[in-house]
Ligand binder design. Structure first.
Ligand SMILES: Cc1cc2nc3c(=O)[nH]c(=O)nc-3n(C[C@H](O)[C@H](O)[C@H](O)COP(=O)(O)OP(=O)(O)OC[C@H]3O[C@@H](n4cnc5c(N)ncnc54)[C@H](O)[C@@H]3O)c2cc1C
Length: 458
């Protein structure tokens, strides 16, 4: 895909126009290219990728947020990369989880035997964990769906699973997937995360895994970071892109999309995909049809997740391994990952790049949150981390556009189509489950299928 200026755009050269070039928009364009379509991506910012990107700070290559990708072998995102990029990007898997509860460290028990030896709770807590673990591991998707409007904490309480340490460890895992606490997360989405439903097979398979365990992780970091990944995707798209191009209106006439207004200039087209957040759409969609306006009003209230990431460039290697560390207690939950241990190219030789991530604390300033991240056990449990800092960089951003709470699960999303013919929506608030890039890929998958189906039938 080549960058062109708005003045050089001839809309009829393209099969589809994508308003917004975040993960959803780019993955849609990538898959459409594979199906022989030519795409124009119109992006408001001065770069592509939305919150999916990375950049250099004082010799260290940071991503926007701690992007350790969940499901790099299976799932929608992996499928996109494996199908449409040749050769597929290289991922380095992480070496397992380490949950810290004060002076104790444990991983996620992967078998009944391991659960009974779990170091983070006493025997009663382990028995409780074994009981609820067995329930979750053998639960089918249909049953999980019945818990979509129940919070995970309510689900756990209704199953007498109330051991506080167990809840706190689960909280830290669910925080990362749903972006909210277990008091708010939809039990259905939390259960899917814990069960890893992509892997769902027969009940016998689940029971076998429960008894004999599985230490297989499907999470990792991509060589080249997020900026490298976005570049690979951009290069593989058939079409052009325009930057600094604010889509101000999307026009509808007689029930069909007719074009967009970008920086005051009208581009006529009858196949438009919008990757613009749904919360902004009521002001952008230009229609006099009540059904169209109420559709966009209805879906504009999605609540996003927000994360804060503290990047530390260290003058020497302090952590030096590929463990995914979570500081559960003392609270607040923090994830600590040595990114340069996955991909040394993101730090100067002999130095280390570490990311510390946390869900934002409402009502606290960025400075206060950084102070909180750096205290509460960080120096006690990770000595040396703060003594060797030569680069410090903080990011605060929405991570996904719809937290997985009751009313916002993948069963409560609008999907790819709108009431306007030829007008589709994509992004982490339109469809999909799980962590950000999986959601974006699932939503892109839906849009691509819808476009191919609709264009074939006309
Ligand atoms: C801190 C953090 C940590 C994360 N960690 C992970 C992780 O570990 N694993 C994982 O899988 N995912 C992770 N993600 C999430 C993932 O990157 C995002 O969820 C995903 O990239 C969002 O995709 P989206 O399609 O919803 O697009 P967005 O990024 O919201 O893209 C929307 C695009 O539309 C553009 N736009 C908006 N309005 C207009 C307009 N009027 N005209 C033109 N263009 C417009 C925007 O500029 C943007 O480029 C993380 C994200 C962050 C920030």
């Amino acid at each position: 895909m080549e960058q062109i200026s708005l003045d050089d755009v001839t809309p009829s050269d393209y099969d589809v126009i994508t308003a917004g070039g975040g993960a959803g928009g780019l993955l849609t364009a990538l898959a459409l290219s594979h199906h022989g379509k030519k795409v124009l991506v119109v992006e408001k910012e001065d770069r592509l990728g939305g919150v999916w990107h990375g950049y250099w700070i004082d010799g260290f290559r940071v991503d926007k947020g701690l992007h350790v990708i969940t499901r790099v072998k299976r799932g929608a995102f992996a499928r996109f990369l494996q199908t449409y990029l040749s050769p597929p990007p290289e991922f380095v898997l992480h070496d397992g989880w380490l949950f810290r509860v004060h002076d104790r460290v444990g991983t996620i028990p992967s078998s009944f035997g391991e659960t009974l030896r779990w170091p983070l709770t006493g025997f009663k807590g382990r028995l409780g964990l074994a009981r609820i673990g067995a329930k979750i591991k053998t639960m089918k998707l249909e049953e999980m769906r019945t818990y979509k409007d129940v919070t995970f904490l309510e689900f756990m309480r209704s199953h007498n699973a109330t051991n506080q340490v167990m809840l706190d460890v689960m909280q830290s895992a669910i925080y990362m997937a749903a972006g909210v606490s277990i008091e708010k997360a939809s039990a259905y989405e939390a259960l899917r995360t814990l069960k890893d439903t992509d892997k769902e097979s027969s009940k016998i398979g689940s029971v076998k895994r429960l008894l004999f365990g599985s230490s297989e992780y499907d999470e990792g970091y991509v060589i080249g970071g997020m900026s490298g990944l976005v570049q690979r995707v951009t290069d593989a798209i058939n079409g052009d892109y325009v930057l600094n191009a604010d889509v101000q209106s999307i026009h509808e006439e007689d029930g069909a999309v007719t074009g967009i207004t970008v920086n005051g200039q009208r581009l006529e087209h009858n196949n438009i995909v919008s990757n613009i957040p749904l919360w902004a759409m009521p002001k952008i969609v230009n229609s006099s049809v009540a059904e169209v306006n109420s559709f966009f009003e209805r879906w504009s209230t999605m609540k996003p997740t927000r994360g804060i990431t503290l990047w530390l460039g260290l003058d020497r290697v302090v952590i030096g391994d590929r463990k995914n560390r979570v500081l559960v207690h003392p609270t607040p939950n923090r994830w600590i990952v040595s990114i340069s241990s996955f991909d040394p190219s993101c730090a100067p030789e002999g130095k280390e790049l570490v990311a510390i991530a946390m869900i934002t604390i409402p009502g606290k300033s960025t400075e206060e949150q950084v102070e909180i991240m750096k205290s509460n056990g960080l120096t006690k449990y990770y000595p040396g981390l703060l003594d060797h800092v030569e680069m410090e960089h903080v990011q605060v951003s929405y991570a996904t556009r719809a937290a997985l709470i009751p009313g916002q699960t993948d069963l409560d999303r609008p999907g790819p189509r709108t009431p306007v013919k030829g007008f589709y929506i994509v992004g982490t608030d339109t469809a999909g489950s799980g962590v950000g890039l999986q959601q974006a890929a699932q939503s892109a998958d839906g849009v691509v299928h819808a476009i191919l189906e609709d264009t074939q039938s006309t």
